[in-house]
Design a protein around this ligand. Structure first.
Ligand SMILES: CC(=O)N[C@H]1[C@@H](OP(=O)(O)OP(=O)(O)OC[C@H]2O[C@@H](n3ccc(=O)[nH]c3=O)[C@H](O)[C@@H]2O)O[C@H](CO)[C@@H](O)[C@@H]1O[C@H](C)C(=O)N[C@@H](C)C(=O)N[C@H](CCC(=O)O)C(=O)O
Ligand SMILES: Nc1ncnc2c1ncn2[C@@H]1O[C@H](COP(=O)(O)OP(=O)(O)OP(=O)(O)O)[C@@H](O)[C@H]1O
Ligand SMILES: N[C@H](CCC[C@H](N)C(=O)O)C(=O)O
Ligand SMILES: [Mg+2]
Length: 497
């Protein structure tokens, strides 16, 4: 594509050199640059990308997009100056990959919790309706059924547009993506044309990056501020920030709620470990999910499908066939009559939520045994707090390993135990080997009890000293229960694994 074409989406303050060159790629990382590429110099959180302009040219860059022009300019290289490369990069990347989001019905999901769940369920639903779809999520990306590993919740603007471009090439009509607060703040989604946006909820998170709650909230809100008039903005009326999110949007606002009047409403009729009966917009429907927060998630999925023009009956029939996203409050029934739940909860807050969701269903009719650990070489402060949360809502807790990385697994467990007093300790045992810990929990559990296996969710490894050893909580549980293998599950169409 001609450089001239790529510059149409931005307003350079100066251009030094010709604009006729054929640009063969766009990079924000000098290490990726090849002959004929455009290198975009970004001022990052760690280093200033402008430092790598000479390196990018050495690797073959024929054009450089930057905020500060270098004093020495290389011959035959075009320099384009803009006030902010962060603002410009999304627009350039989008044009380079053929403006893919314009050719898709793209729906973005933002909020603290529930993004992966909602985006994945929408992807599964629309595929079941017969459409070709794409998904960009924390767990995995999909292009019409083809899985592509994900490193980020929201990829960088180059990879993001490249993936959207591949979706268009593959004939996808819909794409569902998570928009993390980092991605919105860093304008990774700049230049994308959204058909709609969904807000889930907002609790304190990522303050190491955003510094204040207001900045974090404003990052999420910026997504809705940027939606066009033609789009829809679906917001959670039950969250106290729900209406703030959409107060300045041009998009058509729709609300959903499980507690009050709203455009889309749901209530729980009945709840079991196998699922719930819900009333959604006056229709009764059985779903294979548990937990009140999943009612909100399912309602957001329903609302988005309605806003995308789908028939309520068709949506509800498919909703009843969907199952939980891998490692998100995922129940596995034991032949002995107790339930194991695999969940990714790896923070004190998430443990509190997931245990509360379990108690909603259990309703005092069984015991809860929690198996959990904490990651090595990560936030030490959360360890004692996680143990406290586990103990608060469990009858028995088995503290074990969860990716010890380069730390001594027993030392991590000791950090967790340090949060407990003598009385709390009576509920707790520690077993370093995670498989043994899960086995022990299964031996203790009686009919009607629940075992929560927390922390790893979809992960299929145990990371020890830089090596990822295969380990999958689901697999271990199924092995103990002597039930179907994951490959049989995959054959049954579990496209969210
Ligand atoms: C803190 C943060 O978000 N950092 C992201 C940011 O990188 P950065 O600003 O720190 O980059 P930097 O290292 O300072 O480098 C500046 C520039 O120089 C370039 N560079 C660097 C070295 C070199 O040799 N050559 C070169 O050109 C870099 O490519 C970059 O363009 O921009 C990069 C490109 O988009 C991201 O890959 C990177 O994500 C890092 C790896 C990361 O861990 N991000 C996490 C926190 C994140 O984004 N998480 C959210 C989800 C959060 C959640 O909800 O759980 C996500 O969307 O995944
Ligand atoms: N609506 C919700 N409210 C509160 N908790 C939720 C909600 N939906 C899911 N959860 C719980 O929060 C955790 C994360 O869920 P999910 O992966 O869907 O969220 P996410 O927003 O994609 O998170 P991330 O920021 O890690 O990408 C899980 O432990 C899940 O059980
Ligand atoms: N994104 C999170 C995931 C942690 C999952 C848990 N299994 C662990 O390894 O601590 C982190 O890197 O902190
Ligand atoms: Mg996610």
């Amino acid at each position: 594509m001609k450089l001239q074409e790529l510059l149409k989406g931005i307003k350079p303050t100066s251009v030094i050199g010709g604009v006729d060159a054929d640009i063969t790629g766009v990079d924000i990382d000098s290490r990726q640059v090849k002959d004929g590429h455009l290198f975009v110099a970004m001022k990052g959180t760690q280093v200033d990308g402008h430092r790598f302009i000479p390196k990018a040219i050495e690797q073959g860059a024929s054009a450089v997009l930057c905020e500060d022009l270098p004093e020495e300019k290389a011959e035959g290289v075009t320099y384009i100056q803009v006030p902010s490369t962060e603002d410009a990069v999304g627009h350039v990347a989008t044009l380079f990959y053929g403006d893919p989001s314009k050719k898709l019905k793209l729906v973005g999901v933002t909020g603290t919790n529930g993004k992966t769940t909602i985006a994945t369920l929408l992807y599964n639903m629309f595929r079941k309706m017969g459409y070709k779809c794409g998904l960009l999520s924390t767990v995995v990306n999909y292009i019409d059924g083809e899985a592509i590993p994900a490193d980020h919740t929201t990829p960088d603007p180059i990879e993001l547009n490249m993936l959207l471009g591949k979706m268009v090439e593959a004939g996808c009509e819909y794409a569902f993506m998570e928009c993390s607060s980092h991605a919105i703040a860093q304008k990774r989604i700049g230049g994308l044309k959204f058909t709609g946006g969904i807000f889930t909820n907002l609790t304190r998170d990522h303050l190491d990056y955003h510094k204040t709650f207001e900045n974090y909230r404003n990052a999420k809100k910026a997504f809705f501020d940027g939606l066009p008039k033609s789009a829809f903005a679906i917001t959670n009326a039950d969250d106290k920030n729900g209406m703030i999110m959409v107060q300045n949007t041009k998009a058509t606002v729709k609300t959903y709620s499980i507690r009050q009047m709203a455009d889309f409403r749901a209530r729980i009729i009945e709840m079991h470990f196998a699922g719930m009966y819900l009333d959604i917009d006056g229709h009764e429907v059985g779903v294979q999910f548990i937990g009140k927060f999943n009612v909100s998630n399912l309602l957001a999925v329903y609302a988005a499908a309605r806003m995308l023009g789908k028939d309520p009956e068709e949506i509800l029939v498919i909703l009843s066939t969907l199952h939980s996203v891998s490692g998100r409050l995922e129940p596995i029934q034991s032949p002995k009559g107790f339930t194991a739940i695999v969940d990714y909860a790896h923070t004190p807050d998430a443990l509190q939520n997931v245990l509360a969701a379990i108690h909603e269903v259990l309703n005092g009719k069984g015991h809860v045994i929690t198996v959990c650990g904490a990651g090595g070489n990560r936030d030490h402060g959360k360890r004692p707090l996680m143990a406290q949360e586990a103990v608060k809502q469990s009858d028995k807790v088995i503290i074990t390993s969860d990716n010890p990385r380069f730390e001594d697994p027993q030392a991590i467990i000791d950090d967790m135990l340090a949060g407990l007093n003598a009385q709390q300790m009576q509920k707790v045992i520690s077993i370093v080997d995670r498989k043994e810990a899960i086995k022990t929990a299964c031996m203790m559990a009686q009919k009607g009890d629940v075992i929560l296996v927390a922390g790893k969710g979809h992960e299929n490894y145990q990371e020890i000293k830089g090596v990822k050893h295969h380990f999958d909580d689901h697999e271990v549980l199924r092995e103990i229960f002597g039930i179907n293998t994951p490959s049989q599950d995959a054959a049954a169409g579990a496209c969210d694994k």
